[in-house]
Design a protein around this ligand. Sequence first.
Ligand SMILES: [Zn+2]
Ligand SMILES: [Zn+2]
Length: 332
Amino acid sequence: MKAAVLTKPQAISNRPLEIRDIAPPVLQPGMVLLRVKACGVCRTDLHIVEGELTQGREILIPGHQIVGEIVDGATADLPLATRVGVSWMGGTDGTCWYCRHGMENLCDAPTFTGYTRNGGYAEFALARADFVFRLPKSLDDILAAPLLCAGIIGFRSLRVAGVEPGEKVGLYGFGASAHLAIEVLHEWKCKVYVSTRGASHRQLAASFGAEWVGSESDKPPVELDRAITFAPSGEVVIAALSALRKGGVVAINAVHLDHIPQFDYDRLLWGERQMRSVANMTRDDARDFLRLASEIKLRPKVTTFDLDHANEALAAVKRDAIDGAAVIVVRT
Ligand SMILES: [Zn+2]
Ligand SMILES: [Zn+2]
């Protein structure tokens, strides 16, 4: 099969992914073999490929927003040709304290798709049968792919921030995840304030109905009840914190941050303001979000690349050159 393979993490400008012909994965018990149709590109893939996340395999196929159809390992629940999605959470042990307490996203021994197990930048991929999700029929393969991490983890971020209907919510950054979260927030009758760099991302936020749009250094005109940050930048987290009302929450949707600058506790965190990270996702997050996405007819804005151009897709994500989400189309 054709696959984009990482052998040595390095700057994306050095084209670290090699497009190779390799043996397809061999079916294992409890797994399904998928023919990959499309795979979304996530900023986490960039962190892996560039070596900022380092617990991965020696030789790795990235990609954790896989849309595929089952071609082997079918079960009664998942017959052959079922179209499913696979996300970042590739498996858990089911036995650790976190798994036993409804927090499988924090599992002590997790498997991550496209990181500790090969992912979807390839023509075939393996996935644990109990960690795949049926996809809404209303969305074709390319539009379903960005829901699987950008969408699910953006949705989890709203839950972690404790968003209530009608609240004022800040989104810091307006990429793949935020442009899906804003639609959910509008469904919940929230007012959304977007701070983001780049004129095209600001235009996109305005076209998605943001109440206010500014650059990353502009302060929203109101105190926010909640804020979600998407940029891998501690400066942005502090900017979000400084816009919160007392008791407000910042949820940090980033698997990696550069650093958190020193900040004034008395002014920024006192008053029961909170900063929380958002780590991974549970299968309930995935199912709840995919159901909602189908109900509200969520349609991501996507830019497509073919598998031969996986390096270019990641480079575009790095430059913030994608409006919406990037998707690698493997087979349609
Ligand atoms: Zn992701
Ligand atoms: Zn566990």
